[in-house]
Write a protein that binds this ligand. Structure first.
Ligand SMILES: [Zn+2]
Length: 423
């Protein structure tokens, strides 16, 4: 083969790579971001081992390296929170170790507990009786651990009686059987230790349960948001905010809740959009915020709205991204039914460019970081992608299970085009 032919082949290969491989490379870099945010050194981006600080320093470095400007040299925006954490959790039934996070979770607000107890099973029949509170309390006095049967939330009598029992206890250790487990983060500590155990893992004829839980309550813990921006070309004092929360649930004893979809995927999308807009600045300035403290109750975004870095009056729109890892079943826009013109514009882009299969709209919801902006009168959207991925607030929400597909690229383009439209 002569040189000219080789050049032609190389050019052709280059062209094919540009057309076909670039989007995948883009997706691969996002997958890399997710893998990093979910690696053990980040401790599930919670408060054990200062996982939140490891994550925010990583994001700040990424922002600095790609050329975003910061309001502070460290790009950080600190705030305080109270948080309950667990340095050790161990639960054994008849000497068999249960798997933390999969077989059981410790209620987020639980107290420390240590001990070996005889099982007192609270059956549906007992739980529905008027004597339930009295019988459970007397069993605890005799050294038993009450194991409350699982029930559907729709069963009002059982739900009310279970709530009554829990409210009447102080310094007690008890088990609530559940049909599924969803962990979260608490900003207060209870007087009791509640353990949620998967119904299918519990044999009601087992006789003994041992519990070893070390809860560490942290007062005025310093966490942080991470903020960088691209100055606007024509109206640098007007802002559009693109945001996603980086924090997740952290560690429960030895087990890590990685939060690949929730919300390493949103941070990956945000950083990819930041890279794009650094190279394609718009009329307005674009502020990129990685929020902390979301899982603990939208604390990072609440602090930002109370003490904004740029005036809320100059903030034209907030676009919040959370759960961006799937998309084969489309997306939902919270506030879509409130900001109708913007929703129409977004769906028009989506239909014309054939990005996502469907974009659903819903009303107001306090379910992510857009919420306090909306309450303060700043127009906002919250997008989350939908698909078959079902590991919500479970240790299984990990990069091993989350594989970005074509909808990663398509949702990236959808948001990019929408931000350009807003300008
Ligand atoms: Zn989330």
């Amino acid at each position: 083969m002569n040189i000219q032919a080789t050049t032609r082949v190389l050019l052709l290969v280059g062209f094919v790579m540009t057309v076909y491989i670039c989007p995948a490379q883009h997706r691969e870099s996002a997958q890399q971001t997710i893998n990093t945010l979910c690696s053990e050194a980040f401790s599930g981006r919670g408060y054990v081992n200062k996982g939140d600080s490891v994550a925010s320093n990583y994001i700040a470095k990424r922002m600095r390296d790609m050329g975003l400007k910061g309001y502070r040299p460290d790009f950080l925006n600190p705030f305080l929170l109270n948080v309950n954490t667990f340095s050790r959790t161990q639960v054994k039934v008849d000497n068999k170790d249960l798997r933390p996070g999969l077989d059981y979770i410790v209620a987020p607000e639980a107290q420390s507990a240590e001990g070996k107890y005889k099982v007192f099973y609270v059956s549906p029949k007992l739980l529905s009786s008027t004597k339930a509170v009295k019988k459970v309390k007397s069993a605890i006095k005799k050294g038993f651990i009450p194991v409350l049967c699982s029930y559907e939330a729709t069963n009002k009598v059982l739900a009310e009686n279970a709530a009554k029992i829990k409210k009447s206890l102080s310094g007690a250790v008890f088990i609530q059987l559940k049909s599924s487990l969803t962990w979260s983060v608490a900003t207060s500590q209870s007087k009791n230790t509640e353990i949620e155990l998967l119904d299918s893992m519990f044999d009601r004829y087992s006789s003994e349960i041992s519990v070893s839980i070390k809860a560490v309550f942290m007062n005025d813990y310093v966490s942080q948001n991470v903020i960088g921006y691209v100055p606007g070309l024509e109206k640098p004092d007007s802002f559009i905010i693109l945001c996603a929360h980086y924090d997740h649930l952290g560690k429960m004893g030895n087990v890590t809740f990685y939060g690949a979809n929730d919300n390493a995927s949103g941070i990956a999308t945000m950083l990819d959009l930041a890279t794009y807009f650094v190279n394609h600045p718009q009329r307005y300035s674009i502020l990129f915020i990685a929020f902390g403290g979301e899982e603990a109750g939208l604390i990072g975004s609440l602090n930002y709205v109370r003490k904004p870095v740029v005036p809320l009056a100059n903030t034209r729109f907030v676009f919040n991204m959370d759960l961006m890892g799937s998309g084969d079943k489309g997306a939902t826009i919270v506030n879509g039914s409130i900001y109708k013109n913007e929703y129409e514009a977004l769906t028009k882009i989506n239909t014309e460019k054939e990005y996502l299969p469907v974009i659903k709209s819903r009303g107001k919801a306090a379910n992510s970081d857009h919420y306090f902006f909306t309450e303060a009168g700043v127009p906002s959207f919250f997008i989350y992608l939908m698909g078959d991925y079902s590991f919500y607030h479970s240790p299984n929400d990990s990069p091993d299970n989350l594989h970005l597909g074509e909808y990663y690229d398509k949702s990236f383009r959808l948001i990019r085009d929408f931000i350009v439209y807003l300008n």
